[in-house]
Design a protein around this ligand. Structure first.
Ligand code: FPP
Length: 260
């Protein structure tokens, strides 16, 4: 209770101009599913002569800020790329730190997530995560499974190529067992085998830090998503940045290959 009080007091209120823009944005078509490649933590730290992990820790606070604002906006799913299947190549100290962040984030903010009707989920290879990370995710999943507001979906030990390889394996097994025939395999069937099968189609991908690449993230799901790149480093990303991306999304003419 005291924590919550302190948390709210220490957080500056959003300016009225931003709240007015938020109201306007809510009247227009909102992306159902927003995914973010949270990049630039290391460079943010380096700029300040801090260790890289300080950038990740600050990035965790941005996760809180952006989740809360996405919920206010009425986004249905927010998928955050928190750790890729390639990130294991980083120094052990950094990997260990990153693996502790879900635990710290969820311990600190779970009461607020529950109160705000947020449902915590995860995509990625769960089994290969350290036990303490698994426990933090599992605990949050259970505590929020009845919630039907924003889905906060962590991509953790996630890689799109691994996901697609697993889909191919699964479909081959079904075919070998003669449970499906080649003519049963279509786009909808492949979709149903993805880790995101239960989620709405991805509408908007945001990448921070000025890098313009996809880094093995949701390659199938991105087929018709709108893309937004910003130079802002993730720890500096804030409500105004997300609102700007949403407002820009709302000006896009999405034709999905047709003439509109
Ligand atoms: C990429 O930036 C970022 C990551 C690999 C980790 C992202 C993790 C967080 C933002 C915190 C996640 C929080 C929770 C609650 C799970 P980088 O380190 O590659 O940055 P750089 O390109 O500037 O070096």
């Amino acid at each position: 209770m005291l924590d919550k009080f302190l948390l709210k007091k220490s957080e500056p209120a959003l300016p009225n101009s931003l709240l007015n823009r938020l109201k306007e944005a809510r009247k227009k078509p909102m992306p159902n599913h927003v995914a973010i490649i949270m990049d630039g933590n290391g460079r943010w730290a380096k700029q300040r002569n801090l260790p890289r992990v300080a950038g990740h820790h600050e990035g965790m606070k941005t996760v809180h800020k952006i989740t809360r604002f996405a919920n206010e906006l009425g986004v249905k799913v927010l998928t955050l790329y928190a750790f890729s299947t390639e990130n294991w190549k980083r120094p052990k100290f950094e990997v260990d730190f990153l693996m502790k962040l879900p635990g710290e984030y969820l311990t600190t903010y779970l009461p607020e997530l529950i109160e705000k009707n947020v449902k915590v989920e995860m995509i990625g290879d769960f089994e290969a995560l350290p036990k303490h990370t698994q426990q933090a995710i599992e605990n949050a999943r259970k505590a929020t499974e009845q919630n039907d507001g924003l889905v906060l979906n962590f991509a953790l030990n996630y890689g799109s190529r691994l996901e697609l390889v697993n889909v191919v394996k699964h479909i081959s097994e079904l075919a070998v067992a003669q449970q499906i025939a080649p003519e049963d395999i279509n786009e909808a069937f492949v979709e149903s085998c993805l880790m995101t099968s239960h989620l709405p189609e991805l509408d908007l991908l945001i990448r921070t830090s000025g890098e313009v690449r996809l880094s093995n993230f949701m390659l199938w799901q991105l087929a018709y998503a709108e893309l937004a790149f910003t130079n802002v480093y993730w720890p500096d990303y804030n409500e105004a940045c997300l609102l700007e991306a949403i407002e820009d999304f709302q000006t896009r003419n999405r034709r999905f290959g047709s003439l509109g």
